[in-house]
Design a protein around this ligand. Structure first.
Ligand SMILES: [Zn+2]
Length: 274
């Protein structure tokens, strides 16, 4: 299949304050930040997939309705944003069920996709695909196909593939930077790696007729967020500094990818053409 410079640009719609100590001391900036992405997508007449945390849908149902009204796709990104590898199958089943319920309450009628928090599905929790199937999920974008101290699954390989139960897994796109295999099109990596290297990686994917998979969060472009220690980085000051790094240039960098004649599409739209 010819993928025509497909850019599977997607948003992990979550609240950066989740699991942060004293989170209520800080402002909820989800709406304001998401609106910047929505405006950008509208400018480029593009529709994408928003992998949405159930708690966010509960707090901001009107945002979910705006996203749907503008023609984008809503998919799951868990209820409480706990890595799948840290859950038992039963805990995962309850979390996914609550995620779907929250999205439905906010107005979603069709929910086909799932993305694990922090790309946390690996060989240890392959059972998760059977549980997704129970809920009618048809695709997932939950694997980091490289060695990683936390949740990597290097044996998965870098191309999307279908499991025997029908679910298609789209692992995050990687490229090699020296000794490291990095998700160049996602969040902090996209902000922090040199611009020309990012563009080179996109060109490589497009030339090889592979869709480039990305993930961005509302906070990735937030230049007005208060300073606090983020969760999930073991109080590491350098990682926390990276969390804020180069947010101001995110949209400019995305425009440079679009200038490569990249075509943004939703996951469902992409799958329908396979
Ligand atoms: Zn997330």
């Amino acid at each position: 299949m010819k993928t025509n410079n497909t850019f599977l640009f997607s948003i992990d719609l979550e609240d950066v304050r989740e699991n942060v100590e004293n989170k209520h001391l800080y402002k909820d900036r989800v709406i304001e930040n998401t609106q910047i992405y929505l405006n950008w997508l509208k400018k480029h007449q593009s529709k994408c997939t928003f992998f949405t945390v159930g708690k966010v849908a509960e707090v901001h149902p009107e945002l979910i309705q705006t996203i749907l009204a503008e023609g984008h796709e809503i998919a799951c990104h868990s209820y409480a944003h706990i890595p799948v590898a840290n859950q038992s199958p039963e805990e995962f089943r309850i979390d996914l069920s609550k995620n779907i319920e929250a999205l439905q309450k906010a107005g979603c009628t069709t929910i086909k996709g799932y993305r694990a928090p922090i790309f946390s599905i690996d060989k240890r929790c392959e059972w998760a695909y059977e549980i997704m199937k129970e809920f009618g999920i048809t695709y997932s974008s939950s694997v980091l196909p490289a060695k990683n101290p936390l949740y990597g699954w290097p044996e998965f390989g870098q191309e999307y593939k279908q499991f025997p139960n029908g679910i298609i897994e789209f692992p995050i796109s990687l490229d090699r930077f020296g000794p490291l295999n990095l998700p160049f099109a996602g969040g902090v990596y996209f902000r922090a790696l040199p611009e020309f290297l990012i563009l080179r990686s996109f060109k490589k994917y497009f030339r090889n007729n592979q869709p480039a998979l990305s993930y961005f969060h509302p906070y990735d472009l937030d230049t007005n967020q208060e300073k606090f220690m983020h969760s999930g980085i073991n109080n590491n000051k350098f990682f926390n500094w990276l969390m804020y790094y180069n947010r101001k240039n995110l949209i400019k960098r995305l425009d440079m990818v679009i200038a490569l004649d990249a075509r943004i599409t939703t996951y469902s739209e992409f799958i329908s053409k396979l």
